[in-house]
Each structure stands twice: as structure tokens, then as C-alpha cells.
Design a protein around this ligand. Structure first.
Ligand SMILES: Nc1ncnc2c1ncn2[C@@H]1O[C@H](COP(=O)(O)OP(=O)(O)O)[C@@H](O)[C@H]1O
Ligand SMILES: [Mg+2]
Length: 525
């Protein structure tokens, strides 16, 4: 802390910060957060808790709806990151903001170039950058275009850029998410070195082990609220994870009866190699039977995306196998997988779910071109396409003026409804639903829940991947928890396991025995 008269004040303080986005989402609620000079302070919380929003506010990228920021006890107003930088605040974003064709040096000095006689003083720039990069062991030549650098080095360049601009307070938004364990160790060493030189660091992470290792204090954010700030030495991983997920018990919706049938999705010993020697998915085995909803819980980035990509044919399988209705998917095209019974609602609906510049109706029928009901005398019939898509728009409550409108003009929630309408009406026997209700309104979410349950009860196998625990509890018959590319728990009866306990598996605090995890794989006797 900084001495001011007889008392000490935080180097930075957020007072009663609230942030409501245009879509009505309360991302931050009355947050009070303070930083002491020279500390490493972790900000932890589930996906969507509001961490990035708070940091963007402290970095002048977002304006708070209410509340104030104080630097060394004095109120400040940041209208842009440039303002924040004047007060020595720097930030490294989750998604880097580097310019690929420019060199390391050019990226670091960009917008803050040293000048001499009205010209950019390259020599001084190079010397200054060289000096700062020293502690980071950047092995590449400083004239290398950053586009050519591995991700770990890009991150170092981002940190160097912040330091070059004079940051004394450095905000790192999930810096280790993109790093290998070795690179993480290296980053931590540097951060501790910088801390000893007086730097203050805010460090966002989901990985509680890391957080325990490197920080002085930990603040927990849940659903937009700052729940508590701890001294790291006074708190266990278990306690932090409980604060992160809370203790609410969500009960399952009344799903009604479903008749379990045979295994529709059979995933056996599946493995995906990442870069380097660590697997991003490691030897996972589980089944989904007809009439069953299996939920996958996990903090984002623990292999869920890669798992789904392998099942849906978007990523090669490096080991093990996937069978859909008995068909081994190896070497099969996406069309063959669809013919075998697969329907897929991707989390990235803009890139993967829709052809954004095409009309709503063309998107609706894109996967239905082999349906006889769309043809007259062997030719695709516009009027039949029209009436089918109008029927779907109506049933799925897509808000649009006409099915001839470009799908890209719809709101996010309505785009999602288009994908869902198409995928739910494919006659599929396996539905993979990835974050199916993310970013959509409550009414539409409820509708999607009802449809998923209906499909289950008709005998469809459903694999639901969600970052929303409440959603998983509501829908899943059983829950698999993924941590570090593996199944860390198989929750046979979700109603008997609290969110707090689930959280300990999600965060790697606890792991079930191999015997318990085996329950996820059903083998016919
Ligand atoms: N630019 C934005 N517009 C609308 N909603 C947003 C925006 N950015 C974030 N949100 C929403 O605000 C909430 C908090 O998001 P965020 O701060 O990114 O969380 P975290 O970093 O903890 O994962 C989420 O519900 C998210 O969907
Ligand atoms: Mg974030």
C-alpha cells in the first residue's frame, strides 16, 4: 500500500462499480475491489462471472454504468485505454491485440514510437525494447514478424508492450489459458521477478493451483458480484472453489419418462494430441444411449471443444474410436456422420452453424436437401422450401419479417433458434448441443429445454456441453466432468451432488477413482 499522511491507500480501487451491457446483462454488480502496490492479486470466477468486464473497466475499454475508480486515492475517469495508460495501468487481453506482419519491436512501440527530428527513432526504439525484453528470454530476433511467433512468445511481446508503455499495474486476462505447463512456470518466474521490482499484477485464472502458488490475495467473482477477497495463505483451493460456484442447489426439471435404448454414441479411449507432448483430450471413454441426456461440465478450455470436434468429424482422432449407431466415424465425411444420425448445434453458430450471408430459409433447409418432401417431379421446389421454412420459423418463434431475410441480420438469439429449428427437425438419433442457450433470452432457453427433453423422450441420445451448471442440472440424466482433457468425475445422480462438489471436480481439486469413472461407459452384458 501507499503511504498518504498517516494512512495507507490502495494503488488502485474500484468502488461500487456496476456495468449493464446494451442487451440488459448485468455483468458487474456494485463491485468493490482494491489493489495494493506490489501484490499479485488473482481474480477468479466461472465463465461469464464478469471478470473481463471489470478489468476492461479498469483499463478504460468499457465505461462503468455506475461507480468510480481511484488511483492512489484520487478519483479518475478513463475514457479510453490511453487514459488508463497515463495512470500506468496496462492490460494483456485474452485474445492478443498484436499486428501480425509487424516486427516485435514495431508492435511494442506502436503508437508510442520514440521520435527524433520528426521521424521515428528506430535505434532508440530497438534499444529500449531490447532492454525490456531482456528479462523475458525472447529468443527470436526482434525484427521477426509477430505472426511467425509461437503463442507463448506472443504473450511475452504483449507484456513487454505494456511495460514499454510504462505500466506499473499489469492486468493479465487468463494468461495461462494458452500456455503449456512449462511456459506457465516460466511466466510465473518473470511475474515474481517483476513484482519484486515493484510491479502490481492482477491475474485472472480458473486454475486454482496456479492461483495458490503465485498470488498474495484472491478475489472471487460470482454472477457479477464480488463475493470475497482472501489472503491466499488463509484459504484452501476447496474453499475458493466453493465460493466460485456458490451453494445453490438446482433441481432437475421434471423430464418425464424415457425408455433407455441401445448405445447411440460410443466414445472409447479417445485421445487428441495438442501441440507438444500433452494431450488435450486423454483417453476418454463414455457412452450415450437413446433416451438419455448426458451433460458435460467443465471450465472452458479443458478439452471439451476438442472432444466435440472429434465426435463431429471436425478434428482428426489421434487415438481411440468414436462410433455413432455402430458406425466407426474414422475417415467418414460430415455428410456420412449426418446420415448415421448426427445433429449438431455448435457453440459458434456464426462460423459453424450458419451461412451468414444466406437467407433464413436457405439456412433452414441446408441440411435437408435430401428430403423428398422438398421436391416436385425430382426438382427442388421453392414453394415447398418456403412453406417448410415458414412453418419452422413459426414453431421455433424466430422473430423475423420474412424468411427471405439474410440470417446475419437476426439477433444472436434468433440466429440460434434458426440453428436449433434446423437441427431438431432432422430426425436425428444423436444430438450434440454445445452451449445451446448461451446469449439467448429466458423464454427461448426454456423452449430449447422443452424441445431437448421431448427429443430424449422420443428416444434420441443427447450430449449436452455447457458452461452453465444450472442448465446441466436441469437437463442431464448423468453428468461427466472434464478437467485437463480427462473425465474427472462421473455423476450418476446429479440430484445427490451439490454444485460446490461438482466445482471441486471442475477445478481439479478432486478426482474420482478410475473405478467410479468407468461408470460413464455402458457395456451391454
Ligand atoms: N460486449 C458485451 N455485450 C453484451 N454482453 C456482454 C459483453 N461482454 C460480456 N458480456 C456478458 O457479460 C457477462 C460477463 O462477461 P465477462 O466479463 O466476459 O465474464 P468472464 O470474463 O468472467 O468470463 C456475460 O454474461 C457476458 O455474456
Ligand atoms: Mg473473461
Amino acid at each position: 500500500m501507499i503511504k498518504k499522511g498517516n494512512s495507507t491507500v490502495p494503488i488502485l480501487e474500484a468502488r461500487n462499480i456496476s456495468k449493464v451491457y446494451g442487451n440488459g446483462v448485468y455483468a458487474n454488480k456494485n463491485i468493490c475491489f482494491s489493489l495494493n502496490e506490489g501484490e499479485i492479486h488473482a481474480l477468479v470466477g466461472e465463465n461469464g462471472a464478469g471478470k473481463s468486464t471489470l478489468m476492461k473497466i479498469l483499463f478504460g475499454m468499457e465505461k462503468p454504468s455506475t461507480g468510480e475508480i481511484l488511483i492512489k486515492g484520487n478519483p479518475v475517469v478513463f475514457s479510453s485505454p490511453q487514459d488508463a495508460m497515463k495512470y500506468e495501468v496496462g492490460m494483456v487481453h485474452q485474445h492478443f491485440k498484436l499486428v501480425d506482419p509487424l516486427s516485435i519491436t514495431e508492435n511494442v512501440v506502436l503508437g508510442y514510437e520514440p521520435m527524433k527530428n520528426g521521424l521515428i527513432d528506430r535505434k532508440t526504439a530497438e534499444e529500449k525494447v531490447k532492454e525490456i525484453t531482456k528479462i523475458f528470454d525472447i529468443r527470436e530476433d526482434l525484427s521477426t514478424p509477430v505472426g511467425k511467433l509461437p503463442v507463448g512468445t506472443k504473450q511475452k511481446v504483449e507484456i513487454v508492450k505494456a511495460l514499454y508503455r510504462g505500466a506499473k499495474i499489469l492486468i493479465l486476462d487468463e494468461p495461462t489459458a494458452v500456455l503449456t505447463p512449462q511456459e506457465t512456470v516460466e511466466l510465473f518466474e518473470k511475474l515474481i521477478q517483476l513484482k519484486n521490482e515493484g510491479l502490481t499484477v492482477v491475474f485472472i485464472s480458473h486454475k486454482l493451483r496456479e492461483v495458490k502458488q503465485i498470488t498474495d490475495r484472491i478475489s472471487v467473482i460470482r454472477r457479477g458480484e464480488l463475493i470475497e477477497t482472501f489472503f491466499t495463505k488463509d484459504v484452501t483451493e476447496q474453499e475458493i472453489s466453493a465460493k466460485m460456484v456458490g451453494t445453490t442447489y438446482t433441481s432437475a426439471l421434471d423430464k418425464g419418462e424415457s425408455k433407455l435404448t441401445e448405445v447411440v454414441l460410443d466414445v472409447k479411449n479417445i485421445t487428441s494430441k495438442g501441440l507438444g507432448d500433452i494431450s488435450v483430450v486423454n483417453n476418454m471413454s463414455f457412452t450415450v444411449r437413446g433416451g438419455q441426456i448426458i451433460g458435460i461440465a467443465g471450465v472452458e478450455g479443458n478439452g471439451q471443444n476438442e472432444l466435440i470436434e472429434m465426435i463431429t468429424g471436425l478434428r482428426p482422432i489421434d487415438g481411440g474410436s468414436v462410433k455413432i449407431n455402430g458406425m466407426d466415424t474414422a475417415g467418414k465425411s460430415i455428410i456420412q456422420l449426418r446420415n448415421a444420425g448426427l445433429s449438431y448445434i455448435p457453440s459458434d453458430r456464426i462460423d459453424r452453424g450458419l451461412a451468414i450471408s444466406m437467407t433464413i430459409e436457405d439456412n433452414m433447409i441446408a441440411t435437408k436437401l435430401d428430403q423428398k418432401s422438398l421436391y416436385t417431379n425430382g426438382l427442388l421446389s421453392r414453394s415447398k422450401i418456403r412453406s417448410m421454412s415458414e412453418k419452422l420459423v413459426k414453431e421455433y418463434l424466430v422473430r423475423c419479417n420474412s424468411v427471405e431475410a439474410e440470417v446475419g441480420m437476426l439477433s444472436g438469439g434468433n440466429m440460434q433458434k434458426v440453428v436449433v429449428a434446423r437441427e431438431f427437425t432432422q430426425g436425428a438419433t444423436l444430438i450434440i448441443a454445445e452451449q445451446p442457450t448461451r446469449g439467448i433470452d429466458v423464454g427461448a432457453a426454456k423452449f430449447i429445454y422443452e424441445e431437448l427433453i421431448k427429443l430424449r423422450n422420443q428416444g434420441c441420445a443427447v450430449l449436452l456441453v455447457s458452461a452453465d451448471l444450472e442448465e446441466l442440472y436441469k437437463l442431464s440424466d448423468h453428468i461427466l466432468v472434464m478437467y485437463n482433457g480427462e473425465i474427472s468425475a462421473y455423476i450418476k445422480n446429479p440430484s445427490e451432488v451439490s454444485e460446490t462438489e461438482l466445482g471441486t471436480y471442475m477445478l481439479g481439486v478432486k478426482k474420482q477413482s478410475a473405478e467410479e469413472i468407468k461408470g460413464a461407459y455402458y457395456e451391454k452384458e
